[in-house]
Design a protein. Structure first.
Length: 101
């Protein structure tokens, strides 16, 4: 049986991650609004910002689906026709998260 403290902690972490993802969506929308970017790249840009905004010190405690992480890595690998530093950082961070799983 879970304690009330643990449930509150999980809810707080969930709220923080949702706030980070909302902020990442704002960054992605602003980037797309300021640059000439095809609409099909929007999901990749949003994914990159979401990954980069995750705090480094909590990567080990976050739980993600291994299948979903592998899918994200494949998406970023196939879009790696241009070596952009943010894309490379996001890809490395995903691989680090996969190592913790």
């Amino acid at each position: 049986m879970r304690t009330k403290t643990r449930n509150n902690f999980e809810q707080n972490v969930g709220l923080i991650i949702n706030m980070l993802f909302q902020r990442a969506d704002e960054f992605a929308s602003r980037f797309i609004g300021n640059h000439q970017v095809p609409q099909e790249h929007y999901s990749i840009i949003r994914l990159i910002y979401r990954i980069l905004l995750l705090p480094e010190n909590c990567l080990g405690c976050l739980r993600f689906s291994k299948h979903q992480l592998e899918q994200y890595i494949i998406v970023l690998d196939t879009s790696n026709n241009v070596n952009h530093p943010l894309l490379e950082k996001a890809l490395q961070k995903l691989k680090n998260i996969l190592n913790y799983q």
